[in-house]
Structures are given as structure tokens and as C-alpha cells.
Design a protein around this ligand. Structure first.
Ligand code: 4NP
Length: 157
């Protein structure tokens, strides 16, 4: 086990919000020279093995972040032992994670926007059925959440 803090970002499909969150957090951590292990997964299994949605890839690329190599996977019971933090994009994902969590889970569960001042308890809404503006909104939210999360991890030392 390494000393690096580890974070798993979770949404429904693992092709839109959580891969963007993973990419944003990795990029933000690199920029700050913080060693953090990041990953993402979905509560659903429909998109396992697939790359992120093209609109998510394009949005991240506009910000200089390449998420095209990521592949979808479903959350597993072992994730609750492997990660320090599991960060859900919305309230439904969080409720599903709480139901799945083993009694001896190590991971601390939270919402992405719990890490953004003034937005605790709010959800990063699903952009899947909307237009490109939804992906810009998701990027802004996951970027802000990643910054707040990294602030928290570095405060803890
Ligand atoms: P995500 O978006 O949870 O942000 O990856 C979705 C992607 C696919 C589906 C739902 C949400 N879907 O129903 O296939």
C-alpha cells in the first residue's frame, strides 16, 4: 500500500462525468505536483470497456486534458477497500454506493460538489441527453471539485 491518497470518481455510466472528473483531478494534481492515485467507475455496467463519450473527450481536450485512453468499468466491492475516497457525481450514485458499501469499507464517501464551497449536497447533473453546454458545465464543476478535494487532501498531509 502506498502513502499516496487515492480517489475513485463515480457516476452512472463512467463515460461522461466521472472520466472528466478523473482527468481534471489528475491534471490538477500534476499541476500542483501532488501525488494522488485517481480512477473512475460507474454504478452501471452498460459502458464497461468503452472509451468516454466523444463530447466528454472533446471538452477535456479543449482544456488540454487527454481522457481518450480511459475505459469504462463498473464499481466493485474491492473499491471500498482500495480507495481512501469515493466521490459520487450525484445523489443517486451516492445512495447506490452507500447500499453497496461493505460494513468494513475504508473509503470515505462524498459528493463531488461537497468539495466546492457553497455547493455541498448538490449534484453534478448528467449531461448525456443534452447539448455541448452541459459538458462545459460538468467540466467547470468537476474542475472546482477536484481543486477542493486536493485542498482537503493536502491539508490532511
Ligand atoms: P455518466 O453519463 O453517468 O456521466 O457517464 C451517462 C452515460 C450513459 C448513460 C447514462 C448516463 N446511459 O444510460 O447509457
Amino acid at each position: 500500500m502506498s502513502d499516496r491518497p487515492s480517489v475513485l470518481f463515480v457516476c452512472l455510466g463512467n463515460i461522461c462525468r466521472s472520466p472528466m472528473a478523473e482527468g481534471a483531478c489528475r491534471a490538477a494534481a500534476n499541476a500542483r505536483e501532488i501525488g494522488v492515485t485517481v480512477d473512475s467507475a460507474g454504478t452501471g455496467s452498460w459502458h464497461a470497456g468503452e472509451p468516454p463519450d466523444g463530447r466528454a473527450v472533446a471538452m477535456a481536450a479543449r482544456k488540454g486534458v487527454d481522457i481518450s485512453g480511459l475505459r469504462g468499468r463498473q464499481v466493485q466491492a474491492a473499491d471500498f477497500h482500495r480507495f481512501d475516497h469515493i466521490v459520487a457525481m450525484d445523489a443517486d450514485n451516492l445512495a447506490n454506493l452507500r447500499r453497496m458499501a461493505p460494513a468494513d469499507a475504508r473509503a470515505h464517501l462524498s459528493l463531488m460538489l461537497d468539495h466546492v464551497p457553497g455547493r455541498a449536497g448538490q449534484s453534478v447533473g448528467d449531461p448525456y441527453y443534452g447539448g455541448p453546454e452541459g459538458f462545459a458545465r460538468v467540466w467547470a464543476e468537476v474542475w472546482a471539485g477536484a481543486q477542493g478535494l486536493l485542498d482537503r487532501l493536502t491539508r490532511k498531509g
